[in-house]
Design a protein around this ligand. Sequence first.
Ligand code: NDP
Ligand code: HSE
Length: 437
Amino acid sequence: MRRINAGIIGFGTVGTGVVKLLTESRELISSRIGADLCLKYVADLDIKKDRGVTLDQGVLITDAEKVVSDPEIDIVVELIGGETIAKKLMLKAIENGKHVVTANKALLASSGSEIFAAARKYNVDLGFEASVAGCIPIIKSIKESLAANRIHSVSGILNGTCNYILSKITSEGTSFAVALKNAQENGYAEADPTLDIEGFDAAHKLAIITALAYGMTINLDDIYVEGISGIALEDIRYAEQLGYRVKLLAISKHVGEGIEARVHPTMIPFDNLFASVNDSVNAINVKGDAVGDMFFVGRGAGMMPTASAVVSDMIDISRNILSCTSQRVPLLSYRDENIKTIPVVPMDEIWSRYYFRFTVVDRPGVLSTISGILGNSGISIKSVQQTEEKKEGPVPIVMVSGPAREADVKKAIANINTLSITDGNAIVIRIGEDVSH
Ligand code: NDP
Ligand code: HSE
């Protein structure tokens, strides 16, 4: 049987999962490929740590350069993360004619154009299914299964850590800090968890699927990003009373001649499918002109679900090697010459409904002052809630608006925040009614 040699760089959470799958399912995989997919090297800085898997003598090494340079290696799997060494190793592997598989969304979102250009130049494959939504085959679905569709929107829960944290706070009242710690222990979080909780990881993933869905280049800085670190248990409880769940949503959609691309906490009605997606599970809604609405759900983070996506790319590439072909499917879904620049709609121009929580002094006229400012900015109020507080001091007022323009809301809220009757800044959360059903 023909042998295809792979080398993995990074024996952490995902790397360990890939090694487990390749060793435990070796026969199954070779029966599907018709070749033996062998692990020649696994490189990591720490080769003493017990990862719970046994490797043959000489496979575990510390020198990642060896993986990208050995002429016998066909596929290099980059699983170290980060944007510096990972980029250097990936480019070197490509220059050496090796096919590459990566889960590194941060690197693809920031340096994708350089890396994809190198892969085209050296005619090698570049698999990145694991970079978006863990085990969900969203990259392959957009590139292949939905290739006959004009895609109108791709929106979803793209960060497992944030969804896990929000679910734990909602269902068990767990504190933010404890929920984050558990997510880290479960292997869901990035090495720097700020990337997760401040929304950047979801933005990296949104950049990748936006580029594939519409055949465009997108600058990471054009994506509006707001994370979940400002979400309090109080807001989650008010949301419940109003019939909503709070989720971190990544939204990209065609609007007129432009594309909206944004990541922010969103209140989702209970009857919306996204509202019932919990734990580290991700979900993506794709709207296409032929298929209508499609909904993808699956584990978005963690060792084995992510490894499943990495190994599926390795299998795809092995099949291409056996067929003596590469890049049968364009790396970025559209042929290179057809990739366009589409303007991203400025965040100020988006329309949404809003949830506001103001903390104010308990005195007559406060409510009318706030609603007056909102009304003068063209923001209509659909509901107001003020519970009777037993204790002295500032009290919360919760309001839900009708559809309003982001710029008008920003201006009105900035104005209200300066009033002497308010105690601290208002909490503002967008309400998403139209994300998917
Ligand atoms: P880990 O931190 O668990 O693993 C990375 C491993 O690479 C560590 O063991 C690290 O060693 C090692 N490493 C770092 N630099 C080098 C180097 N120069 N040479 C050899 N080894 C090195 O990360 P994950 O497995 O969680 O993530 C890997 C990639 O997969 C990242 O890009 C991440 O964004 C992505 N990803 C992760 C998912 C998950 O659920 N965890 C899901 C989807 C994608 P040390 O610890 O000593 O630095
Ligand atoms: N940190 C990421 C998440 C890993 O929590 O979704 C999967 O990409």
